[in-house]
Design a protein around this ligand. Structure first.
Ligand code: MRU
Length: 348
């Protein structure tokens, strides 16, 4: 178990580690209202694809408790409203709708079979807790498969934050790094700072420091220089949605990193739990890319850094074309091109 936990069900309410305050302050927020949970996802108290999914799942459990329905069908109707609300909180990570749909499937089955509203509420909570427990195993399996790609001495490059903070434990790309470290491999990670929200500089550096894993923070624009002057064994990134052809949406700047890796013949690996695979989308062109507030770019720590009224464009994610991805690592194994065929086979 880790020294910190981003999502916890305790005292019959949801507790989230406020990631906006890391690394300076470790503070928690408690939730008993699903609309406040949706707000926590939007404002990035909690973030990262798997964590958003788990939080939404608990949002459904909270909604079940908030419901004043006296019938099973009434509770199901309230959960459908809550599910729609939660799914609107952030658009790009598919884990959010994946988790809500899973909970709605459980709710629909319960509406047919439960003895009472109370037992249906309990079943919804148990389903959310089961997703959180399963997430730990998924991340460990994904990390175990990935070890075949990580040499005993590895110099890696990573974008955004993909570790324990974004999951029940371990995480995906940084979970691979943590497992390698636990197995005694000599790993060092160059962490892109990840403008504009600095998940790499603040969150990934916080995690790797906590676990005693050697790392160096670089600005996003330094990846080309670092790859041309140091030996980098691999880039490891997470993902928010992978389309059926392998095109991958992840934090803005991932595509640039993939191009730099391609230019230097550095393998570019995407860690993708199957909950982040969206086989309903033929290609990355269909992925909705979230755009966030201008102030994420025009201000640093509340201080304006651009002239008044400077136009900005702030996409939170980009899509890396599958042709730049060496392999996609899942809990069921490593997938190589051609992705359309191989992802289909894996998810069947
Ligand atoms: O905007 P964020 O911080 O939620 O973006 C997070 C990322 O892009 C991660 O790389 C992704 O969710 C994968 S986390 C395992």
């Amino acid at each position: 178990m880790s020294a910190f936990c981003s999502i916890e069900w305790t005292n019959n309410q949801l507790r989230l580690l406020d990631q906006r305050q890391l690394p300076q302050t470790i503070a928690y927020c408690d939730y008993r209202d699903y609309k406040a949970i949706a707000e926590a996802i939007t404002t990035m108290v909690v973030r990262g694809a798997p964590a958003i999914g788990l939080t939404a799942a608990y949002g459904m459990a909270v909604a079940a408790q908030q419901s004043s329905a006296t019938t099973l069908d009434g509770l199901l109707a309230d959960l459908q409203i809550a599910g729609d609300y939660l799914m609107r909180s952030r658009p790009t990570a598919v884990n959010l709708s994946w988790a809500v749909k899973h909970l709605l499937t459980v709710a629909a089955a319960q509406a047919q079979s439960a003895d009472s509203v109370e037992s249906m509420q309990q079943a919804i909570l148990a389903a959310a807790q089961a997703l959180q427990a399963a997430d730990i195993e998924v991340c460990k399996q994904l990390g175990a498969h990935a070890q075949a790609l990580i040499p005993a001495q590895a110099n890696l490059m990573h974008h955004c934050n993909t570790g324990t903070l974004v999951a029940a434990d371990y995480g995906t790309a940084l979970g691979i790094v943590r497992l390698a470290h636990e197995q005694g491999k000599q790993v060092h990670v160059f962490l892109d700072e990840t403008r504009p929200r600095l998940q790499g500089a603040s969150l990934s550096a916080f995690e790797l420091k906590t676990f005693g894993i050697p790392h160096t923070v670089i600005v996003d624009g330094a990846s080309g220089h670092v790859m041309s002057t140091r030996k980098i064994d691999a880039c490891l990134v997470g993902c928010d949605r992978v389309a059926a052809n392998g095109d991958t949406a992840n934090k803005i700047g991932t595509y640039n990193l993939a191009l730099v890796a391609h230019a230097h013949n550095v393998p570019f690996y995407v860690a993708c739990p199957l909950s982040t695979l969206d086989m309903s989308l033929a290609s990355g062109q269909e992925i909705e890319i979230e755009e966030r507030a201008d102030t994420e770019i025009t201000e640093i720590k509340g201080q304006q850094i651009t002239p008044d009224n400077t136009p900005v464009f702030n996409p939170a994610f980009d899509v890396t074309p599958a042709k730049y991805i060496t392999a996609i690592i899942t809990e069921k194994g490593i997938v190589y091109p051609p992705y359309r065929e191989n992802l289909k086979q894996l998810s069947a």
